[in-house]
Design a protein around this ligand. Structure first.
Ligand SMILES: [Zn+2]
Length: 432
C-alpha cells in the first residue's frame, strides 16, 4: 500500500508542513524545479486518483505535496491493471477531494516552477486531461523528463524508475506511490546534474540535448505553431524506426495485435531479440515487479547480455508500451492543423456576457448549435471524429479532445475581449 494511504492528512489535501516561501524559482540559475507524479484509476488520463509533488530549490527538497483524488464521475472506475500497479482502490479515494479542488492547491505549491517527471509526457497528459475534465484553464509551465535525461546519460537495460534509481545507488523506494516516485525523480535529476557538473536544470538539459517543452502550445494567434522541430522518436508514430520484440504473456492484448500496433506506429517487430532489437516488451512483469534482481526469463537474460555488450536496447513493460502508443497519438492530435477562425456562434451566443451562473453562460456560449455531437460529426478545429464516448463537454462543443477544447476556450476568450464582452472569468482557478 502506498504511503499516501497511511497518512490520513493527505485525504484532505493539505499542503505539507515543509511548504516553501521561496520566490519564483528559476531553472536557469540553479537546481530549482518541482518533480511531479500522478496515478490514474484506469487508462483514461482524466482518471487521476493520486498526485505527489516535491519542490526542489538549490538541489534541496524544500516542500512536499500529496493527495488522493476522487476521479471525475464517468472516469472513476478502478481497473485491475492500474490497481495492481499502484495499490490504490475506490475505497481509498472515497472521502478524497476532486481534482477541481486539488488543482488550485497544487498550482499554488508549484508556482512558476519547471515541472519534472519520469516520463513527464504522461504526467503532463494527466494534468491537462484531468484539468480539462473540469473545464479549468491549463497551466503554462515548462517541463523536463528524467526518463529522457536518463536515456541520454546512462546505458542500462531499462530506464524505468527502479532501474535508474538502482544504477544511481539510491535506496529502494515504493514505486508507484506518487510522492515516493516524485522524490525519486527529483533525486535522479539532482544526481544526473552532479554527474556532469551542471549547476542548473537548463544546463543539465542542454548538456544532454533533452528539450524543455511547454505543457502545451498556445497556437491560436499563429504564434509558435511549430513545436520544436527536433526529431522525437515518441512523436510521429511512437515506434518510428524501432525494432520491437515481445516476451512473456501480454495481459491486455494478444501478441498479433501488439505486432500490428507497432507496425501502425511506424516500427518493425521480430520474434526473438538480436543485435537489431531496440525495444523488448516484457509481459511477465508489470511496472511494480520489473526491478533489478528479479528472476528473468532466458529471452530477457539475452537482452541484458546485448545491453552489456553495448547495444542500445531498452526493456519496457506492457503498460509502458501502451502509454507510448497513446502518447504518440495524443502528440499527433495536439499538432492537428488549425482552423482559420473561431466558429461564429461563440460570439453570437455569448450575449453581453455572463449575467447569472458563470459556468452556465460559458458552456452555453461554447456549445455547438447542432447540439451534442453524434456519430460522424467532426471536430470544429481539426476535422478528427468526435468520439461517441468522449467527455460530454467535448461532445457539446464538437471538439475531438482536450487540446482542441483548450484552443476553443482560449480563442473564445480573445474574441469576447475584442468584441467588448466582459468575461469576469477567473484567468486561473487558483485566483479564486
Ligand atoms: Zn480536434
Amino acid at each position: 500500500m502506498p504511503t499516501v494511504a497511511t497518512t490520513t492528512t493527505s485525504k484532505t489535501c493539505p499542503l505539507s508542513e515543509g511548504q516553501t516561501t521561496v520566490s519564483a524559482a528559476d531553472a536557469r540559475t540553479g537546481l530549482n524545479f518541482t518533480a511531479i507524479d500522478f496515478e490514474t484509476a484506469n487508462r483514461s488520463r482524466e482518471s487521476v486518483c493520486a498526485v505527489g509533488a516535491v519542490r526542489v530549490q538549490g538541489g534541496v527538497i524544500v516542500g512536499e505535496f500529496s493527495s488522493f483524488v476522487k476521479p471525475p464521475s464517468g472516469f472513476d472506475e478502478f481497473e485491475e491493471i492500474n490497481v495492481r500497479v499502484h495499490g490504490i482502490t475506490a475505497r481509498d479515494v472515497d472521502d478524497a477531494p476532486t481534482w477541481d479542488a486539488v488543482y488550485p492547491q497544487l498550482m499554488a505549491f508549484v508556482g512558476e516552477d519547471l515541472l519534472v517527471g519520469h516520463n513527464a509526457r504522461f504526467d503532463v497528459s494527466v494534468l491537462l486531461n484531468a484539468t480539462g475534465a473540469y473545464d479549468l484553464p491549463w497551466p503554462e509551465l515548462g517541463t523536463l523528463c528524467t526518463l529522457q535525461l536518463a536515456r541520454a546519460a546512462l546505458h542500462i537495460p531499462s530506464y524505468s524508475l527502479p532501474w535508474v534509481a538502482t544504477h544511481l545507488n539510491m535506496g529502494a523506494f515504493d514505486h508507484h506511490d506518487p510522492l515516493a516516485d516524485a522524490r525519486t525523480s527529483a533525486a535522479v535529476l539532482i544526481a544526473l546534474a552532479r554527474q556532469v557538473g551542471a549547476e542548473s536544470v537548463v544546463a543539465l538539459a542542454d548538456h544532454h540535448a533533452v528539450p524543455i517543452v511547454p505543457t502545451f502550445i498556445d497556437d491560436i494567434d499563429g504564434l509558435a505553431t511549430e513545436l520544436d522541430s527536433s526529431p522525437d522518436p515518441e512523436v510521429g508514430g511512437g515506434f518510428a524506426g524501432q525494432m520491437v520484440c515481445f516476451t512473456g504473456a501480454l495481459r491486455m492484448m494478444v501478441r498479433d495485435d501488439a505486432r500490428s500496433l507497432v507496425a501502425e506506429h511506424g516500427g518493425l517487430t521480430q520474434p526473438a531479440p538480436n543485435k537489431k532489437t531496440t525495444i523488448l516488451v516484457t509481459g511477465d512483469f508489470d511496472a511494480r515487479t520489473f526491478r533489478p534482481g528479479a528472476a528473468f526469463s532466458s529471452k530477457l537474460q539475452k537482452a541484458f547480455d546485448l545491453v552489456d555488450a553495448g547495444q542500445r536496447l531498452e526493456i519496457i513493460t506492457e503498460s509502458d508500451f501502451i502509454a507510448r502508443l497513446s502518447l504518440g497519438e495524443e502528440a499527433l492530435r495536439a499538432r492537428a492543423r488549425r482552423r482559420a477562425k473561431l466558429p461564429e456562434w461563440v460570439v453570437a451566443h455569448s450575449g453581453n456576457g455572463p449575467t447569472g451562473d458563470y459556468w452556465e453562460w460559458f458552456r452555453a456560449a461554447l456549445a455547438h448549435p447542432k447540439g451534442r455531437a453524434v456519430a460522424g460529426d467532426a471536430c470544429i478545429w481539426c476535422d478528427a471524429p468526435v468520439g461517441q464516448s468522449a467527455h460530454w463537454i467535448h461532445r457539446d462543443r464538437h471538439v475531438c479532445g482536450v487540446h482542441c477544447n483548450e484552443r476553443l476556450k482560449r480563442s473564445a476568450a480573445r474574441a469576447w475581449s475584442n468584441a467588448g464582452i466582459r468575461q469576469p472569468a477567473p484567468t486561473a482557478p487558483w485566483d479564486r
